[in-house]
Design a protein around this ligand. Structure first.
Ligand code: FEO
Length: 398
């Protein structure tokens, strides 16, 4: 794609990666992604904000063919999907300086062949004049590594936010065109990489509040012309109370755990509790992560295999522990053949979750009335806990 004009002397550059289906060899990308770089031409200096994934270097370099001079390259974040092409850009513009936080500089040098004297480090709040335009650098750690910052273009009121507020979407629309679609993609992205740091994200949101932002230009996905849409969504994900929802990742081998899960889902629904069900044998892990953003309860469904939980269930528990959602309650259901330590093993895998553990329902063999009664009891307990805490389908009753 060719450079695209956002405003006078401000251009989108980068690459739309329609085919990428996996990030970090882990995160599913059902809608592809984009690596956005931005060119800002001031009356005296020209700056490139971020670059692209090294696999897409040729596209950025061809977009830069008609750009005679770059004075600065702003590196908001050292991860290679944004920084990976900086060495090639520097090779084309050897006098350009790389602007980064003091924390980002050594990380960039660890990851990329960039000489130490190519860097200028900037402090929180520092400004840089491009002549008729002024950049202000704002430290926003953990979006999504510890070194990250964003840039505010004062005269145009544009916030260049890198991963912060980003979404993995490949599209030819430069600006957000369907908020519902972007909401889902941005929530998925928040869940996958930022949710564990939500206390720091909350501080970053607070820090940005005084800035008059008319446009947010992230380094993945589309540009927001209505910043309140995504900032409000982030506030809800970070501060909103848990919802009246059970997230139920499960796996079944011979159908017994499946029978228990099916019965349990029906029982929860009957009692007015929402359920998000994920068969771990086929599920999209990103969707599971997204569902954890605001669910009050997690129930893991697993058979016992090799004296412990099924490895897929262990994976879901590991993921939930790493993502540190604001979940309040946890339980386990499933069938076993002769014994094992499924509950102990799973419970030991989630030390980061500050949850009340509700009595698990593990049943020997094919479930019978006794198992179903126990599942009804667990569903009843969950519904009562959600009610007592005021959790509704929209959050918490005030
Ligand atoms: Fe898009 Fe954390 O890199």
């Amino acid at each position: 794609m060719k450079p695209r004009k956002i405003k006078e002397n401000i251009y989108w550059m980068g690459s739309v990666d329609w085919d990428r289906r996996l990030f970090d060899s882990l995160v599913p990308l059902p809608d592809g992604t984009s690596y956005n770089a931005y060119l800002v031409e001031g009356s005296e200096k020209t700056v490139l904000l971020d670059s692209v994934d090294p696999a897409r270097a040729d596209e950025l370099l061809s977009q830069l063919e008609s750009v005679p001079r770059i004075d600065y390259i702003v590196s908001h974040h050292a991860e290679q999907d944004h920084s990976g092409t900086i060495p090639q850009v520097l090779a084309k513009y050897p006098k350009a300086k790389v602007i980064a936080t003091p924390k980002a500089k050594p990380m960039l040098m660890d990851l990329l062949p960039i000489a130490e004297d190519a860097f200028i480090t900037v402090e929180d709040g520092e400004t840089l004049s491009l002549g008729d335009k002024t950049l202000q650098f704002i430290r926003t750690p953990w979006v999504h590594w510890p070194e990250t910052m964003v840039t505010y273009l004062q005269e145009e009121k544009i916030l260049f936010s890198c991963d912060f507020f980003g979404s993995h979407i490949a599209t030819s629309d430069l600006f957000v065109s369907e908020e519902g679609r972007v909401y889902e993609a941005a929530k998925r992205y928040y869940a996958e990489i930022m949710m564990p740091f939500r206390n720091i994200i909350a501080k970053n949101l607070e820090k940005l509040a005084p800035y008059d932002v008319e446009m947010i230009a992230p380094s993945h996905g589309q540009i927001y012309t209505r910043p309140a849409f995504i900032m409000d969504a982030y506030r809800d994900w970070v501060h909103g109370s848990p919802r009246n929802t059970v997230v139920l990742p499960y796996v079944s081998m011979h159908g017994s755990t499946q029978k228990m899960v099916d019965y349990f889902v029906a029982s929860l629904v009957e009692k007015g509790v929402r359920v998000e069900l994920f068969n771990l044998a086929v599920t999209d892990i990103g969707k599971l992560a997204m569902s954890l953003v605001d669910a009050a309860t997690i129930v893991v469904g697993t058979p016992t295999i090799l004296a412990g939980p099924h490895p897929y269930a262990a994976y879901a528990a590991f993921l939930a522990n790493a993502l540190r959602p604001k979940t309040e309650f946890l339980s386990i259901i499933g069938s076993y053949g002769w014994g094992g330590k499924t509950v102990d093993t799973l419970a030991a895998m989630v030390p980061n979750l500050k949850v009340e553990v509700l009595d698990p329902v593990l049943y020997k063999g094919v479930p019978s009335e006794t198992a179903f009664k126990a599942l009804d009891h667990l569903a009843h307990t969950i519904a009562a806990k959600h009610r007592e805490n005021g959790y509704t389908n929209e959050g918490k009753k005030s």
